[in-house]
Write a protein that binds this ligand. Structure first.
Ligand code: ASP
Length: 327
């Protein structure tokens, strides 16, 4: 991972749009380019602080409730690490099985309970729109950590931050991004495509026919003037790709297991396949991976997916500090 230099982002003073205190983070639709530059500027500072001193007391005394109704490794543990690196603490509810949810408590009641104890709530839930419902009920900020097949805004922010940090701030305009895999159920690609539409990029979608990017989303992005194209195979677009964003086929969203079996190994990224790609491009993946990227590719410098996870820590530190009024 390249070492952070003096911030290449807008100096904070020049960015007017900094009033994130007390706000919910539900959808990437909330962000404009100056917001992103601000968030990434803060994330870049966080990176420098973690590298220099590890843990510091910006959020000392603040409490985060981490409420996860669906499995998570990275999102849940990176929010915990983010809060603890900032000197705050965490109420972890990663197993709703052991909470009053199993007694039939509603999402709204659970959120109202947790906000009595915590200053901010991170929520992952299987239903699209659940984060918005929770945010309407709650007085404290809600951060959407994935609502079914809807959105995963903090993942999209960390994905874009990865592109900035790896390929350079200011180069995003003009890039070709290729999204590969399950574009129908993958919430990370839904959020990322929306966020990228704030820039002058070209987006390619490569997927099996039954897992194509939702039509409404393609139309929403087309209305912003972004060129998009859909393909069934990767070979036509790999040579022009600057960012290859690989996704897992979302087994848990399939009603018919045979259909999953049919498409699950549609694409596999290997060193052989990657011979056709540029040398200065990157391969990203929100993780977890199943078979879609061969471990033989992991040592290639273009494999950015492990670095991407670390960038996620800095972005989540920035978001927590912002909504708690400390950035
Ligand atoms: N971790 C990501 C998510 O929660 C991607 C995935 O599960 O495939 O959406």
């Amino acid at each position: 991972m390249p070492t952070p230099s003096p911030s290449p982002y807008l100096p904070f003073g020049e960015n007017k749009n900094t009033s994130w205190y007390g706000r919910d983070i539900i959808s990437v639709k909330q962000f404009q380019r100056p917001d992103l530059e601000y968030i990434f500027g803060v994330a870049h500072e966080m990176r420098g602080m973690v590298e220099r001193i590890g843990t510091f007391n910006l959020l000392k005394g603040k409490i985060l409730a981490n409420l996860f109704y669906e499995p998570s490794t990275r999102t849940s543990s990176s929010f915990t690490a983010a809060m603890e690196r900032l000197g705050g603490s965490v109420i972890p509810i990663n197993e709703v099985r052991y909470s009053s949810v199993m007694k039939g408590e509603s999402l709204i009641d659970t959120v109202r309970t947790l906000e009595c104890y915590a200053d901010v709530i991170v929520l992952r839930h299987p239903e699209t729109g659940s984060a918005e419902i929770a945010a309407r009920a709650a007085r404290k900020p809600i951060i959407n950590a994935g609502d079914g097949i809807g959105e995963h805004p903090t993942q999209a922010l960390l994905d874009l931050f990865t592109v900035f940090e790896e390929l350079g701030v200011g180069v995003v305009d003009g890039l070709t991004i290729t999204m590969l895999g399950d574009l129908k159920y993958g919430r990370t690609v839904h959020s990322l495509a929306r966020l990228l539409s704030l820039y002058n990029v070209k987006i390619n979608y490569v997927s099996p026919d039954i897992l194509r990017m939702p039509r409404e989303l393609i139309e929403e992005i087309a209305a912003k003037g972004i060129p998009q194209a859909e393909y069934a195979t990767l070979d036509q677009v790999l040579p022009e790709t600057d960012v290859l964003y690989v996704t897992r086929v979302q087994k848990e969203r399939f009603e018919n297991p045979e259909e999953y079996e049919r498409v699950k190994d549609s694409y596999v990224i290997t060193p052989e396949v990657m011979k056709a790609a540029k040398q200065d491009m990157i391969v990203m993946h929100p993780l977890p991976r199943v078979n879609e990227i061969s471990v033989d590719f992991d040592d290639d410098p273009r494999a950015a997916y492990f670095r991407q996870m670390e960038y996620g820590l800095y972005v989540r530190m920035a978001l927590l500090a912002m909504v708690l009024g400390k950035a």
